[in-house]
Design a protein around this ligand. Structure first.
Ligand SMILES: Cc1ncc(COP(=O)(O)O)c(C=O)c1O
Length: 366
């Protein structure tokens, strides 16, 4: 029987994950929050890096956070024995039973989840109550917190209760909502002898008063800066994911001719234009504007025209001027250890979180 070619043999775009960079970035979290335990956030397939790979290289974390029950079960099946926190908790009695079967720690962010758990007859679970302290996304409101806590505390199905909350603006440390959220969280939770967690990456770096018992780093583990005004390099974070591909065509295009869909960019002179085998089908952002840097060999060459599903065009005049010959097959880096994903994200009008998460289809990812 004929075998279908694997995705890996079909596409030139490849992801490489540097596990040692993950481990290094975890050590930066430890150094920044030395008195807190670390719940490494590896949701969304570890921000596109591969959840199993990430868990292996982050084995020194004290716990892992996922979003849904199925992700946590996948980790248990892979042999991960660390505490696993499910940030959106359970949605059905079946999911609650799965939490029990796999010793998962659900986050209770709605009163109905507390009721479902209190009425269940399962073995006891460790749970987290998520409080809404000002982000107004998920969380129990302050006025309901005591009732939910008492209900869970009295239930035979609950072993330990911990508290968490999430910042809306931690990437902007001067924002007044940050301190107001910390204050509300402390006000509500200080009545209980329970462990607490607030800090995401930005707060780990910039809001030490939020560190408490557990910190919850995500993006800094993957080597991106969580702050608007500090680079990853300044925070000693190392990029983990490198996205590479190759040039598949180099052509001289005449002055005045337009490049790609929509003919949005015209050659200001007769010039060499390269085509790189990567596009939004591989997770490269469609909104990467003309001028987005791409590393061809060892030189930055800007994107010209629109990003297509499987290819982008690049301006090779810089190479030409230097007298460096370029040809199909030359290696290209889209982001990674030599071209920071934060810089590419800026040119695409987005954040590195989105770029990293969208590479899930890319060949080479394990
Ligand atoms: C509840 C919660 N905690 C922590 C994190 C980690 O955030 P960051 O990646 O900014 O460190 C996230 C990510 O969105 C989250 O939703």
């Amino acid at each position: 029987m004929m075998q279908a070619p694997s995705r890996q043999s079909m596409r030139l775009a490849q992801i490489n994950i540097d596990g040692s960079a993950l481990t290094h970035n975890l050590s930066r979290v430890r150094a920044s929050a030395p008195n807190s335990r670390i719940m490494a956030v590896i949701k969304a397939n570890a921000y596109g890096h591969g959840v199993i790979t990430a868990a292996q290289h982050l084995e020194d974390a004290d716990a892992f956070a996922l979003v849904v029950v199925a992700e946590a079960v996948e980790l248990r099946r892979a042999g991960v024995t660390r505490p696993l926190i499910v940030l959106q908790g359970f949605n059905t009695p079946d999911e609650l039973q799965t939490c029990v079967d796999h010793e998962l720690q659900p986050v209770i962010h709605q009163p109905w989840q507390a009721e479902m758990l209190a009425c269940a007859t399962t073995k006891p679970l460790d749970v987290w109550i998520k409080l809404d302290t000002g982000m107004h996304r998920l969380g129990i409101q302050a006025e309901d917190a005591a009732r939910v806590y008492d209900q869970l505390n009295a239930a035979g199905t609950v072993r330990t209760i911990r508290f968490m909350s999430h910042f809306a603006n931690a990437d902007d440390p001067e924002n007044t909502l940050n301190n107001s959220q910390i204050e509300s969280f402390i006000n509500v939770t200080s009545a209980y002898r329970a462990e607490r967690s607030m800090a995401n990456s930005a707060a780990i770096v910039a809001l030490p008063s939020s560190h408490m018992d557990w910190v919850r780093p995500g993006i800094m583990l993957y080597g991106s800066s969580p702050l608007l005004d500090k680079s990853a390099g300044e925070l000693d974070l190392k990029p983990v994911m490198t996205l590479t591909s190759s040039l598949i065509s180099v052509q001289q295009i005449q002055k005045g001719e337009a490049i790609g869909y929509g003919s949005t960019w015209r050659c200001p002179e007769t010039m060499p234009v390269g085509v790189v085998a990567v596009g939004y089908g591989d997770g490269y952002p469609r909104h990467a504007a003309t001028g987005t840097p791409v590393l061809v060999g060892d030189q930055i060459c800007p994107v010209v025209g629109r990003v297509s599903m499987d290819s982008i065009c690049v301006d090779l005049r810089g190479k030409d001027r230097q007298g460096v010959s370029v040809q199909a097959g030359d290696p290209v880096q889209l982001w990674g250890n030599e071209l920071h994903v934060d810089e590419v994200a800026q040119h695409a009008g987005t954040i590195s979180y989105e770029l990293l998460c969208h590479t899930g289809n890319t060949a080479g990812l394990v």
